[in-house]
Design a protein around this ligand. Sequence first.
Ligand SMILES: Nc1ncnc2c1ncn2[C@@H]1O[C@H](COP(=O)(O)OP(=O)(O)OP(=O)(O)O)[C@@H](O)[C@H]1O
Length: 676
Amino acid sequence: MAETNNVKPNRCFNPSRKVRIIGKIRGFTDKESESVSKDSKPWITVKKPQENGSSEKYAVFLEAQSTGRKDGYELDYCSEQDEEIGEIYSREIKPVVSDIFDGRNACVIAFGARGSGKTYTIQGSPEKPGLAVLAMSEILSKARELRKSVSVSLYELSQDQAYDLLNPKHPTIQVLEDAHGKINLKGLSQVPVKSISEFHNVYFSQGSLNSQKVQTDQPRSHRGLMVHISSEEDSLKTKLVNKINFVDLAGYEDPKKSSRDGITPAKSNGINKSLYAILNVVTAIYANEIRVPYRESKLTRILQDSLAGSSHVLLVTCLMQNPVFCQDSLSSISLVSRSCRSTKQVLTDSTNRINSLAKAKVPSSLKSGKIMSASLSVKKHVGRSQLSSANEAGSILKGRKLFGEEKVATPKQLRCQSEDTSAQKSKMLPNLALVVAPFSLEEVPMDKSNSQCSSMIEPVEDVNFEGPGSQSLSKLQNTLLPSADSATTMTETEASPQSGIYHLGSTPGANSDAICEANNPVHKKNDASPPLSERIREISNNLKSLCASSPLSIKMPEEAAASYGSQLCYNDIVEPKTPAMELSIARYCSPRGNFSNRSSGVKHSLVHEYLSFLNSANKEELKSLKGIGEKRATYILELRKESPEPFKTLDDLQDIGLSAKQIKGMMKQVAGDLFN
Ligand SMILES: Nc1ncnc2c1ncn2[C@@H]1O[C@H](COP(=O)(O)OP(=O)(O)OP(=O)(O)O)[C@@H](O)[C@H]1O
């Protein structure tokens, strides 16, 4: 076992801090070393905190030799290349272990590209134990001391389905939530362990290594170890269980590159989506937002009680020193950098980055011209922006308290925060505008634009679409996308003038006034920019003129058009109303084609009506539906207290314990009943 005793505890470790973001750099494997010149300079370097106290943070610098671009990110901690896992354990997890026995949960998550060393970090091998094994050793000896019992669960998640690894049949795990919000993992077995050798047996021989293949047999999947600690004396009913989770996430793959294992782009996107979901959750917890999007994926649902409340969260970003994987490491760290809102660049050699970001951003799917469901995206984009803007000022202030840096906000900071909110509202407009265009935004990893993710966001290029839609698209871009000017301004907000370093793991909202000002272009240009109502009107007019000229026209409902066109003042509007779309297809369609189009329209409206019913019906009405009894009806009412519209898609019905098959069966019955 690695020597861990002589490592000094992290002086930056702050036990009241919920989320810590750290880096781990994997050196070259033996095979890789053969193909790399011994004189080559490392492209990732770590800067430690200054002894003189001028800097408390670690910084990691990534210098892509092919482009000369150098980016720097501040982290709570970053291990040097090939530093012992024991060092990370002593600094980051050892102090948390005693907290688990005091009632706090914890979650350790390894994120990074394929082959970046996530499994090595979390699990390690019997000879070189990873973080989970080191922690278990300590947990077991503490449990003996305090007369607690320890059991473990192992699971694998693939394509949003979770499988129990400790049951040889690998049954699927259902995530159920009781009326008190307690998560219940039905189908996940727990195996009691008393000694580290017992744990080794379970961990290394049963499920997590390759000895047993799970049904899905996916090359990319998430694997989790859940450690349950409970009191031996407690009866089953009063048993209080604390948990620590270790999650070895599926490797991140750039959706633009073809997969190493020949996974289809759709599957690859599905995997990446669950990675974005967990980063979204970490971001929300980090910013202490009121709403944390646990429902975005099964993994976040499984981890919900180990992430929520006062739980400790440690996100380990795995990077690779091998320059061959430079783009993978850059993508990973820039995605993780989103888990922290503050950005500050300290280098001056990122001119290219600023130039490219100064152009308006268009997701690659816009260029490929894929058709999408516009209404769904409108909900997603507008909804999130609205939520974050509404919560922003409060969250920032609360964030300070939470992270133990209780600075009193100056009046200037407060002003700045409230103006942030209006800045965000204005930023909603480009979102809305982009979404109304009938092209896919699905490939944008997350909706909040972020300059660090330059690798994920492509600069605008001339888009040439052929066919009837081409005119409308270019017109849409000209009219609805932020102008070059405004895009430049947006870039300046997110990339501060000195350029280069991003703070990961610094306290949100603890920035200086200057950063606050720099991050707030709309505030700076407040006098010059038109009010929200005028911008909505302008967009609405543009849309109307497009509707008139485009063969694939988008019709605004009369009353919406009337109110957009009127002189009503929209200052109080929090969420602009999404114009309902009605597609009138001018091209010739065969009778069969017409029939299919209309049938799928009927299907959509049936689903829509069904979901509205679930979102609004009373208990008795709910119980009249097949598959919904007393328990489910009560649970649905509970969910509605939590969020007024808990069911947005049919998939959301899985949250009330229905399988995909059951949902399909229910819908078939609803459709069949129409003819009875
Ligand atoms: N710190 C390290 N020192 C030496 N070898 C390492 C280190 N980290 C990882 N490796 C080696 O690199 C290879 C890939 O590591 P690992 O399987 O942990 O990556 P991963 O990120 O879990 O990959 P995947 O995304 O495919 O699951 C393995 O052969 C592993 O032994």
